[in-house]
Design a protein around this ligand. Structure first.
Ligand code: DGY
Length: 324
């Protein structure tokens, strides 16, 4: 029997010209949720952010590879997969540039009131009704980067075009980057205290979950903007609502939320000092194509009997039997 590969709808339609490469080795199906009760014969699945947990894996007795269409894999229970001899891959590097672009779009969109101004020019400017409130300049501001990994670094590189000071905090100090880009390492509390714009670029894991809560928000400048394009749960949302309401910080620009899609009645969405986008930092033609190539490339390697190149860090030393 030919093996089956499933492509989940959450992968935002991997283009067929990319997935066609898999057809030489497997039957490829684009699936709709909910998945069939039993996923017999499915050896690999390309997934978006839907949870891949024990319950899901129970339905897929022949599964050997979970290929995340994305860099973050907090939605996949890697330990459970490892115990069952299932490889997990992701798509590092290819979305760092697009992700950093989106971070800057949020920063500038917020600073310059772009959504408000866009609606004003279409509905009220000609009638001389109201005005767009003044925004802010980046000049003289301090940008704080929490997490100077691949995406944080791209954000830093773009910041060099702005007249700003840049500081960062990371579990690992990056001395070479400090020298190369003139970015200053600070302890976490200083990052909170000194940043005019705090942008978050950490993975979601047990130690980063809720890393920004009421205590941390309390330490930030009352004029500061917090930007999150990483994962929603790194910020405690109810603490953020309180901080925004009580003027502990000035604003938030968010691409990610604790629960996604975020409910329409999420208080954050009704706050004028919040700029929100629906988890689209990687949603550009170029980046999505690169992600499609990288994620299907991982599946292709497995189908050809090779070890996929982008196995997640936790499985880097785990030996998996290769396909014969
Ligand atoms: C990622 O790749 O982790 C993006 O957030 C899209 O899920």
């Amino acid at each position: 029997m030919r093996p089956k590969v499933l492509i989940s709808p959450d992968t935002k339609n991997i283009p067929e010209d990319v997935s066609d490469a898999l057809k030489e080795y497997a039957d490829v199906e684009y699936v709709r949720r909910p998945y069939d009760d039993k996923l017999e014969g499915v050896v690999a699945i390309l997934v978006g952010t839907e949870p891949i947990n024990a319950g899901f894996l129970d339905k897929a007795p022949d599964l050997k590879l979970v290929a995340r269409f994305g860099v973050g894999y907090d939605s996949v229970d890697v330990e459970e997969c490892t115990q069952r001899g299932i490889m997990v891959t992701h798509t590092p590097e290819v979305l760092s540039s697009g992700g950093a672009d989106h971070t800057w779009a949020l920063i500038l969109g917020y600073y310059k009131h772009i959504p408000y101004a866009n609606s004003h020019v279409r509905t009220r400017w000609a009638k001389r009704e109201g005005a767009v409130p003044f925004g802010w300049d980046t000049e003289g501001k301090t940008l704080g980067i929490l997490g100077l990994g691949r995406i944080g670094l791209e954000v830093l590189m773009r910041s060099r075009g702005f007249p700003m000071k840049v500081i960062y905090h990371d579990l690992i100090r990056k001395k070479k980057l400090e020298e190369k880009y003139g970015v200053e390492y600070v302890i976490f509390d200083k990052l909170l205290e000194k940043s005019d714009i705090l942008t978050i670029h950490v993975d979601l894991n047990p130690s980063s979950r809720g890393i920004i809560g009421s205590e941390e928000l309390e330490k930030m400048k009352t004029s500061s903007l917090i930007v999150n394009t990483s994962r929603g749960p790194v910020i405690n949302e109810s603490a953020l609502v309180d901080a925004l309401r009580n003027g502990k910080i000035a604003g938030a620009a968010l691409d990610v939320f604790e629960k996604e899609p975020t409910p329409l009645d999420n208080t954050l969405l009704s706050m004028p000092n919040v700029l929100a986008t629906p988890h689209i930092a990687s949603a550009s033609w170029e980046t999505r194509k690169k992600m499609a190539i990288r994620s299907t490339g991982n599946v292709l390697s497995y189908l050809k009997g090779e070890r996929p190149p982008h196995i997640v860090r936790e499985q880097s030393t785990v030996e998996f039997p290769l396909r014969q």
